[in-house]
Design a protein around this ligand. Structure first.
Ligand SMILES: [Zn+2]
Length: 452
């Protein structure tokens, strides 16, 4: 695509993102239908036929496609329309105004992820304008409810209309940002996600009077021991393919950190020692890597007792556990019970509150290699790494039905990485116009290269 066309696309792209931000799709309740209707109109003006599918009133998902010449592969460009809440008092601009200021577009969703929705709409429009004839179908879907688990969005679509969104490959959120390492950008491609297993544990005892503690069996003490044991427990380290390759990429080159990553790979058994050392200087980095190496168990809620002088017979706590691809809630629960044996399993009850499935896509694929090649056209010195999120996205539902999903919203590091990562779901979320155009340029080129 010529520079002139990109320049023309820029204003259209910025305006699209501004308009999307102005639809308040805070979830709950979501109310994505007006934004979905807007996109339907934008795409229909370009000659597309769109479907607006509501999982329930006001929870709209919009889908369209460019038919391929019937050869594989098919590609889904996916994004979600809902956003998390924003408190206007904390922001320096109105979070739902779509303000353009200092070269940035500000607003809730500017990064997560209305910018990518705007980019993907623009890709569809440009493909049509340029008369591109793809090999397989190119599908566009902007969906509801990602921020509350996807039940009214992608999960619902996969259950009720799989034929409308299933594709060989999916490009979605979760990666694409670059990590600057020694004058070189390492771009991330999200290929794996951990999964949540939220467990409630109930400790039981015998009630008694607070003035004679020895005559009672205090459930609070039993829970205190449970929390201490699980809070300090470090499950075995396991390097899933994505994390192994990620660490290999991060260990390339000379430097203190690179050497540490190299040592960790050579002997994962001493990973904690190495990460403890790294944490003294770079705590956030060291701890996020530690969380990629194993199941984590974090106590997050605790309740017990009702009155000052009554020793409680019940105390309950919730543990936010995150398991790796290849692990299951059954093995986790068995491990937790092993750890808690000395507390007395007969006095503990376990309940799974919520769970989902950890997923991983292979990165030895034609699309992954095309991502590497395309990025080098724009940033010749760059490298690319697969990347695992410790949280989740809608990609998990599609990986479960066999789609290869990559989180890839390409972005240059024009803000410090920590600040950038905090902004999604944070205060003063914004994207630079330069990065928005970069994202469109790379993704358009990628789609054109891969699909024709
Ligand atoms: Zn998101």
């Amino acid at each position: 695509m010529s520079v002139k066309m990109l320049y023309e696309a820029k204003d259209e792209l910025v305006s699209l993102l501004q308009q999307l931000i102005r639809f308040n799709t805070t979830n709950p309740p979501g109310n994505e239908t007006p934004a979905a209707e807007f996109l339907k109109e934008v795409l229909e003006n370009e000659g597309f036929k769109c479907e607006l599918l509501e999982s329930s009133p006001s929870r709209g998902n919009v889908i369209t496609r460019i038919k391929g010449t019937n050869r594989k592969p098919s590609l889904l460009l996916l994004s979600h329309l809902d956003v998390v809440a924003a408190n206007p008092d904390e922001w320096s601009v109105d979070p739902f105004a779509g303000t353009v200021k200092d070269g940035f577009i500000w607003g809730r969703g500017a990064l997560d992820m209305k910018s990518m929705t705007a980019v993907e709409v623009m890709i569809m429009k440009l493909l049509k304008r340029n008369g591109v004839k793809p090999k397989g179908d190119i599908i566009f879907a902007a969906t509801a409810d990602e921020e509350m688990g996807g039940g009214a969005g992608v999960e619902w679509l996969v259950k009720n209309h799989p034929e409308k969104i299933k594709a060989d490959y999916v490009i979605n959120e979760g990666g694409g940002f670059a990590i600057p390492v020694k004058n070189r950008n390492i771009y991330t491609v999200q290929t794996a996600e951990k999964a949540i297993v939220w467990i409630k544990i109930r400790a039981k005892g015998t009630p008694g009077h607070g003035s004679i503690p020895g005559a009672a069996d205090n459930a609070v003490l039993r829970m205190a021991e449970t929390v201490r044991l699980l809070g300090n427990h470090r499950p075995k380290i396991k390097l899933v393919p994505t994390v192994k390759r990620n660490l290999e990429e991060l260990s390339k080159g000379a430097g203190f950190q690179q050497r540490l990553f190299g040592k960790l790979l050579a002997n994962p058994l001493i990973a904690d020692k190495i990460l403890d050392m790294m944490a003294k200087k770079e705590r956030a980095l060291a701890e996020s890597i530690r969380a990629m190496l194993r199941t984590t168990i974090a106590p997050t809620i605790i309740h017990g007792g009702v009155k000052e002088n009554v020793i409680p017979s019940r105390c309950e706590a919730v543990f936010d556990c995150r398991i790796l691809p290849g692990q299951s809630k059954e093995t986790l629960l068995a491990e937790i019970k092993r750890v808690l044996e000395k507390v007395g399993l007969e006095k503990l009850e376990f309940e799974i509150l919520q769970e989902n499935t950890p997923t991983e896509s292979p990165f030895d694929t034609p699309l992954y290699r095309t991502i590497e090649k395309t990025l080098r056209e724009f940033d010749p010195n760059c490298r690319v790494t697969p990347f695992m999120m410790t949280g989740g996205t809608d990609s998990r539902f599609l990986r479960e039905i066999g789609c290869v999903c990559y989180g890839f919203a390409p972005m240059k590091p024009d803000l410090p990485l920590n600040e950038f990562l905090r902004m999604a779901h944070g205060i003063d979320e914004r994207i630079s116009i330069e990065n928005l155009v970069f994202s469109l340029s790379v993704l358009y080129r990628l789609v054109e290269k891969f699909m024709t």
